[in-house]
Design a protein around this ligand. Structure first.
Ligand code: MG
Ligand code: MG
Length: 236
């Protein structure tokens, strides 16, 4: 899983470097495919319930699961890129949101707060802690900044499949959840909206957008619980 995580980190670095005004999201998918090929990794996204690409690209008011295609990035956009890889049957999964050129102050704040909320969640990933402390920490950071946390889509355990049980809510669901133990691995992935938490699905059956059309950001890492605390597999 460490090796799969490093392939995902490389997909992040290369798609981030390529994302600029005038570039299409399909071109970013090609950049990510080249990383998988070079590293001898396979894609856990391609073919997942029929998904046609190796990354998800979700601009502006799109929250997650956007399909790479002809959309051409513009100065001032924000773009969420979600990447995954499989090495020898083990999965990695991580996402980030970036600005394209100069972005608004609100967009910048949303990106910073969402990334900070992920790290607040990761800090809770110590053995003996309740899994739902992760979501509580995420929610605290996001809501203190005046933003809202998506409820319908959540993080997940990960291992020999991308999506394993249990789920990892990005909010406090009212119970402490399963007790964290050394060796458990989770993909923690806050989706934070500038406006309301409500979501809608577009007609393509994949793209999830904010119901109010306002911006959304998404950060994700694959993290193991170890005796020494959380280990983030998808950091370079
Ligand atoms: Mg992901
Ligand atoms: Mg995930």
């Amino acid at each position: 899983m460490r090796r799969a995580g490093q392939v995902v980190a490389e997909m992040h670095a290369e798609t981030r470097a390529a994302a600029a005004p005038g570039v299409t999201t399909a071109e970013l998918d090609a950049v990510a495919r080249a990383v998988l090929e070079r590293r001898g990794a396979t894609s856990n996204f391609l073919g997942y319930h029929g998904f046609p690409a190796v990354i998800c690209t979700s601009p502006n008011g799109m929250i997650v699961h956007g399909i790479p295609g002809p959309y051409r990035l513009e100065e001032g956009d924000i773009l969420s890129i979600d990447c995954g890889a499989i090495i020898e049957g083990y999965h990695g999964d991580a996402a980030f949101t970036m600005g394209i050129g100069r972005i608004s102050a609100e967009a910048q704040k949303l990106i910073e707060v969402t990334e900070r909320s992920l790290w607040a969640g990761i800090e809770q990933m110590h053995k003996g802690n309740g899994l739902h402390e992760v979501g509580r920490a995420v929610q605290d950071v996001a809501e203190a900044a005046g933003f809202s946390v998506v409820r319908e889509y959540v993080g997940h355990a990960i291992g020999t499949a991308m999506h394993e049980q249990p789920q990892v809510p990005n909010y406090w669901p009212g119970t402490r959840g399963p007790t964290l133990k050394t060796g458990m691995v989770f993909a923690v992935e806050p989706m934070v909206n500038a406006g309301s938490a409500e979501t809608e699905m577009l007609d393509d059956g994949w793209s999830v957008v904010t119901a109010d059309g306002r911006l959304s950001a998404h950060f994700e890492h694959t993290i193991a619980v170890t005796d020494d605390g959380p280990e983030v597999f998808t950091l370079p």
